[in-house]
Design a protein around this ligand. Structure first.
Ligand code: PMT
Length: 399
């Protein structure tokens, strides 16, 4: 998959440096050429020999090593790289890069490259939240550096918090995405809804559903990676916001409706993956409802149907909806496609393991207006996202 691609992996000094060995191993299995540059501190955690054995290439540890091929190493690696990945990246390396300091092999290589640079920070949570560090990250982002959010979990310091290096598989997936992606969404504006909506009952209770936002966020990330300009309107979820995407937080269906109506006009493609609550309370109690009474009847009224409202006025825009079903999957999805004037509907049976709510995978049938159907096998939501975007482009081509 990565045959002919040169990945330069910068490894900094942190306990997560051992995970970088697996990154190299996974990249080699995908046929990438991997060159490792280790900072001095990194060598205290893992030996260069480990990386040399796995990468089958010399490991660069010092600016003044004897050159292998009589070229200037930081320039030759910088030139040959298709991507430079720094994982784990410490606050120190990020600080140096943000301030133009090039005092070792890794920083000089990054300064001399024109390739994309992907940075995966890993550190103590307080360092990660430090304002100076955050300013450095923002500065680098402005200059086009790409970042991965650290994971949350047990850190070396004993805190259970944000700061862990993402799993090697996720880092390698990101590298593959960057190196293999075509910019086929370059001139397109994509509007996406994701997650659940929450409808208050009283100040402490609400009506909602199990949507995690993973499906909609995967589409937003894929559209951005493929060069699109992406607006993501999201209900309350617990996942990281995608990089380089305009994210609009909403809580209720009414708020999502307002935001979609504000943004839909400039969209070329509108994809509605949100699980919008169909009903809200007719009146919201301003005090917590006491449980003294025997039973409780809530009076509900319909929320606006966002997809239906956009379907009526969409013009040339491509409108794609989802259909979350527990029975009669295809018939129900087809009738929504027609009623809401969609171009495509993505039907998912949320009762099947590996499909629907909160899962990292989905099993979907893409139904076209013509009635043509494409059944996809179980796939990571990231991959489903790409399939949906491919279909969206086909709809545009046919228009
Ligand atoms: O978020 P995840 O955990 O990853 O789960 C993904 C998912 C199951 C939420 C997603 O794959 C999905 O199926 N989303 C649509 C869920 C849904 O509400 O389906 P629906 O059949 O009720 O609605 C049909 C379409 O109309 C959807 O595009 C929905 O966004 C839209 N709709 C529905 C109601 C409403 N009031 N306004 C709407 O716009």
């Amino acid at each position: 998959m990565l045959c002919g691609k040169n990945v330069v992996l910068g490894v900094c000094g942190g306990i997560a440096a051992y995970k970088s060995v697996e990154i190299v191993s996974r990249l080699k299995k995908l046929d990438a050429q991997v060159s490792v540059i280790m900072t001095q501190s990194a060598q205290k955690f893992v030996t260069p020999l480990t990386f040399r054995s796995i990468s089958h290439s010399p490991v660069v540890t010092d600016m003044f090593d004897e050159p292998v091929n009589y070229d200037i190493k930081h320039v030759s690696l910088a030139k040959k790289a298709d991507i430079i990945v720094i994982a784990p990246a410490t606050a120190n390396i990020i600080g140096k890069l943000a301030n133009g300091i090039a005092d070792d092999m890794l920083t000089t290589t990054v300064m001399a490259t024109q390739a994309k640079v992907l940075i995966a920070p890993a550190m103590n949570v307080n360092m990660y939240e430090n304002h100076i560090f955050k300013e450095n990250v923002e500065k680098l982002k402005k200059h086009g550096f790409l970042f991965m959010e650290p994971d949350t979990g047990m850190l070396a310091c004993g805190d259970n918090a944000k700061g862990r290096l993402p799993e090697p598989e996720m880092i390698v997936n990101q590298i593959v995405d960057i190196l293999t992606t075509k910019a086929d969404f370059k001139s397109l504006n994509v509007l996406i809804t994701a997650g659940p909506t929450k409808e208050a009952i009283d100040p402490v209770r609400y009506i909602s559903n199990h949507s995690s936002g993973k499906m909609g966020y995967a589409i937003a990330k894929a559209a951005e990676r493929r060069g699109g300009s992406v607006n993501l309107i999201t209900g309350p979820v617990n996942i990281n916001k995608p990089e380089n995407v305009n994210v609009f937080d909403v809580t209720t269906a009414e708020e999502m409706y307002q935001k979609v109506n504000e943004l839909y006009e400039k969209a070329d493609i509108i994809i509605m993956a949100a699980a919008v609550a169909d009903y809200k309370c007719s009146s919201i109690s301003d005090k917590k409802i006491k449980k003294a009474q025997e039973g409780l009847t809530l009076k509900l009224e319909k929320n606006p149907d966002i997809a239906l409202s956009i379907g009526k006025k969409k013009g040339d825009r491509v409108l794609i909806g989802f259909s979350a079903e527990t029975d009669n999957l295809i018939d129900n999805a087809k009738s929504k496609l027609e009623k809401k004037n969609m171009d495509l509907i993505i039907a998912n049976d949320v009762t099947i393991d590996g499909a629907g709510f909160n899962s990292d995978t989905n099993i979907v049938t893409i139904i076209e207006k013509s009635g043509n159907m494409i059944n996809l096998p179980i796939m990571a939501k990231d991959r489903v996202a790409d399939e949906i975007l491919n279909m969206a482009l086909k709809v545009i081509e046919r228009k």
